[in-house]
Ligand binder design. Structure first.
Ligand code: ADP
Ligand code: MG
Length: 621
């Protein structure tokens, strides 16, 4: 077969455009990326050998070799790992399969100066080779397959594939034709220095072959097997970037060894930045499973729960059989024990951090709080620990508030934890249903994550205090005095208010479930609330948006008996008696409440007509 030309996927072309034409200050990281890929390839080969021995390494040691060639001005990174066949070369080195790519691409401005820091975070993996090379060729032979394949590109729009020499060994050789300004990467010292700082944790030997000599230039021992005291922060961070394919700093490192009924080592990381796709349903955790230093899989769903899917790192079991298959892994009791041990360990460390460094913890919470809260309804065993970790925006204080903070600030006689759900904390703070709580100094927790709609009902309460939405059910606030009692409570209830309520009920019979006086309100005239038995307002909106329901539950209209408008209406009812024509006014009150709630009006034309007619009366037309 002859040489074939393939276009790069559009995203790759865009990325390469920025990578090749920019002066990236930290371009030595290309070596870290290529060594990381080589090490992954060796891990995968070792694992493959467990299931199909004929593909395995045999007697040969798995390793990575760096070969600078000053005469040709090339640097080759060679591994004897799993290799790639033609289709894999095309798929892996012609597209970006990484999740979150689409969103990342949208964020790129097309201006190198602005985009570079972003790319630094996203990472370009293999394509970083084009920061230092104007041509890259890859020769690879897939384990267990006969022929080898060649991949060539100058990073401008396309690449070629062709069959390679028959005697190619298994594995991959990536050869970089170094740019004129990248000749430093031929110098043995420079290469050694880069490997020490970025790739020392790689568990295989990294060899430098230069001037006929070969020497190992990394420690070559799995990082998690080394004692904590012998590992620097920098080494942990580089290992994190390698294991997680990440480009940020880890927010927390958890390095532990569990010994007892079961034994395992774990080196886990909480990322410093939130991945783009944290809330995409297919998102999986990024913790790799090893068995006695041999990589087994990075898709072991049961190793950690979904609400810890932001975790990265490795877990290395001493007890599982090496040749365990993904199917038998699933219901394995050892795995279940490791899972619960890991969950406890992670929650314990988070608790310590939350207490010792609340500001730092807030950063974690902003990134991953939305995922942690899913644990409240998925993980009933850990509910208490999780309730200690959750944080909220609140009307009672700036910043993040814990449930313990809330309870400590509760008013005498208060037995409920009040909550309000919505999309945006500021909009929520302004909602009419909160007025009466504010006027009494009752704190309300603002629930702004989608998952907040589901866990409070499931969890029930905290420390014996039940959660209660301010937009649902009756709010008996009369037990709590108003803060400026002198002005408001002194006012006698409006005369005729009961008849007004009765008339409104009559006028709105088929539109609302009930009309009642409210002590939720101080400034607004009206608001809507949900019946205690119906879905809360925000939840219903959410379900409708996601097309999970189509119906709307009828709401309860609450009116503010102290509002001047309501007072004068009540006065008129009591003067003119029950014959008063209320229909338009009643509808307008309901329209108003709906607008406040951000609900679409059932009859906008009718609303406009009613409003115009009232305005006409107002201006005396
Ligand atoms: P990532 O490593 O994050 O998946 P890269 O851009 O670094 O992204 O690599 C893309 C893919 O190319 C890898 O996932 C792997 O499948 C393949 N690949 C790259 N280098 C090698 C190699 N040396 N041996 C085998 N496969 C490789
Ligand atoms: Mg990579």
């Amino acid at each position: 077969m002859d040489q074939e030309t393939h276009p790069f996927q559009a995203e790759v072309s865009r990325l390469l455009g920025i990578v090749t034409h920019s002066l990236y200050t930290n371009r030595e990281i290309f070596l870290r990326e290529l060594i990381s890929n080589a090490s992954d390839a060796c891990d995968r080969l070792r694992h493959l050998a467990q299931t199909s021995p004929e593909t395995g390494p045999g007697e040969e040691e798995l390793r990575i070799v760096l070969e600078p060639d000053p005469a040709a001005s090339t640097l080759t990174i060679a591994d004897n790992g799993v290799g790639m066949n033609r289709d894999e070369l095309i798929a892996n080195l012609g597209t970006i399969a990484r999740s979150g790519t689409a969103k990342f691409m949208e964020e790129l401005a097309g201006d190198a100066r602005r985009d570079l820091p972003l790319i630094g975070q996203f990472g370009v993996g293999f394509y970083s080779a084009f920061m230092v090379a104007d041509r890259v060729s890859v020769v690879s032979r897939r384990a267990g397959e006969a022929g080898a394949w060649r991949w060539d590109s100058d990073g401008a729009g396309s690449f070629t594939t062709a069959p390679a020499a028959h005697d190619s060994a298994r594995g991959t050789r990536v050869t970089l034709h170094l740019k004129d300004d990248a000749q430093e990467f031929l110098e043995p010292h420079r290469l050694q220095e880069i490997v020490r700082s970025y790739s020392d944790h790689v568990a295989l030997p990294v060899m430098l072959k230069s001037a006929g000599k070969e020497e190992q230039i990394n420690a070559g021992r799995a990082l998690w097997t080394r004692p904590k005291s012998a590992i620097t922060e920098r080494q942990y961070a580089e290992f994190y970037r390698h294991a997680a394919h990440a480009f940020d700093e880890p927010w927390m490192v958890l390095h532990n060894r569990a010994e007892g009924v079961i034994s395992y080592a774990s080196l886990l990381f909480i990322p410093g930045a939130r991945p783009h796709d944290l809330f995409q349903p297919e998102r999986k955790h990024g913790v790799k499973l090893y068995v006695r230093r041999v990589f087994v899989t990075d898709h072991c769903d049961d190793l950690l729960p979904g609400w810890l899917r932001f975790m990265r790192g490795v877990v290395d079991s001493e007890d599982l059989p090496l040749n365990i298959s993904r199917e038998t892994l699933q219901k394995n009791p050892i795995l279940a024990k490791m899972r619960s041990g890991l969950v406890k360990r992670i929650l314990g460390e988070l608790k310590t951090k939350a207490e010792a460094a609340p500001e730092d913890y807030a950063k974690f919470w902003e990134n991953f709080g939305g995922a942690i809260k899913e644990g409240l309804y998925e993980e009933s065993n850990e509910r208490d620990a999780l309730l200690g970790l959750v944080r909220f925006r609140s009307t009672g204080a700036e910043g993040w508030v814990s449930l313990a903070d809330y309870v400590a600030r509760m008013k005498p006689g208060q037995s409920l934890i009040y909550t309000a759900a919505g999309d945006d904390p500021d909009a929520l703070k302004a909602s009419p249903q909160l007025e009466g709580f504010r006027a009494r100094g009752l704190e309300v927790l603002l629930l702004t994550d989608a998952v907040d709609e589901f866990w409070p009902a499931m969890v029930g309460g905290y420390n014996g205090k039940n959660f209660r939405s301010v937009t649902q059910g009756e709010s008996d606030l009369s037990a709590f005095p108003l803060l400026d009692a002198a002005t408001k409570e002194a006012e006698p209830p409006a005369k005729g208010i009961h008849s007004l309520v009765a008339l409104l009920k009559l006028a709105l019979t088929d539109k609302v479930k009930d009309v009642r006086e409210s002590d939720r309100l101080t400034d607004s005239a009206v608001c809507l609330v949900a019946d205690a038995r119906d879905a809360d307002l925000h939840l219903e909106r959410l379900l409708r948006q996601h097309k999970r329901i189509e119906t709307r539950a009828a709401r309860i209209l609450e009116i503010n008996p102290r509002h001047p408008l309501i007072r004068s209406l009540a006065a008129r009812v009591s003067d003119q008696g029950p014959d008063l024509k209320m229909d338009d006014l009643a509808l307008l009150l309901l329209d108003q409440a709906q607008i406040l709630e951000g609900e679409p009006l059932a009859d906008p034309a009718g609303f406009a007509r009613r409003l115009a007619s009232i305005m006409q009366k107002g201006v005396g037309a």
